[in-house]
Design a protein around this ligand. Structure first.
Ligand SMILES: *Cc1c(COP(=O)(O)O)cnc(C)c1O
Length: 225
């Protein structure tokens, strides 16, 4: 078993190489360590190896780990599906939310964000593979949705997140990210500086298409059950 510290080094090196290969500046892509289904001890190992941003998908599991790890300077990102009745705790306990898939959720998060905290950084999840099963805004409603979410006082709209249909081939992996990147750039809004693209198996393709945050679980913490 390779240690988490060694895997973290390797992933960071892979990210630097992917940036270099497409002439992007070093450190223009950040690593979000996806720790869902993994114990707090694994987070601590990655933390001691320098990782600070962690992504969780299940609220109750995340809250338990946050309590256990409250003495660590961790930046918590919520990346999972969001039910309306979970928005208050998400608004209270996270710095970022990547998985906003409808306007109602954005409104609730803004209303419920505590006054004493800075605005919640958010990404709109966009459905770019057009599967009816996957949630997210459609590409053709992106401009309107950005307009409306931008008005919400306690949110800071940063960009978009996508989880395309998994495909093995590099050029095929790039296509949906390319589409979404172009669509966001066409909106011409400087505040949209975040492209939450890429996971363990399509990290290079995502970085080639403008990713600024890659969300990596398996390559860092091993397979989940
Ligand atoms: C689980 C998950 C990941 C991490 O996926 P890996 O393939 O394990 O790297 C990334 N993003 C989201 C939204 C996830 O739910």
């Amino acid at each position: 078993m390779t240690s988490i510290a060694i895997k973290l080094d390797k992933i960071n090196a892979d990210i630097r190489r992917a940036e270099f290969d497409v002439q992007r500046p070093a450190f223009s892509v950040q690593l979000l360590a996806v720790s869902k289904n993994k114990p707090a001890e694994d987070i601590i190992k990655a933390y001691h190896a320098g990782q600070r941003a962690f992504g969780e998908s299940y609220l109750q599991e995340a809250l338990l780990k946050q309590r256990e790890l409250s003495c660590y300077q961790i930046c918590w990102h919520f990346i999972g599906p969001i039910q309306s009745n979970k928005t208050r705790q998400i608004a209270e306990h996270f710095s970022w939310v990547h998985s906003i898939d409808r306007l109602k959720i954005a409104k609730r998060l803004s209303e419920q964000r505590p006054e004493k905290l800075p605005p919640l950084n958010i990404c709109l999840q966009v459905n770019i593979s057009n599967e009816s099963s996957k949630s997210g805004f459609q590409l053709d409603e992106l401009a309107d949705s950005v307009e409306q979410v931008s008005k919400l006082a306690n949110l800071k709209l940063r960009g978009v997140m996508a989880i395309p249909q998994p495909v093995a081939e590099y050029e095929q992996q790039r296509k949906p990210y390319h589409l979404l990147y172009q669509a966001v750039k066409a909106l011409n809004r400087a505040e949209l500086d975040t492209f939450s693209f890429g996971m363990t198996t399509d990290l290079r393709a995502a970085i080639a298409e403008g990713s600024t945050i890659v969300r990596v679980g398996t390559a860092l913490f091993g397979a989940r059950n």
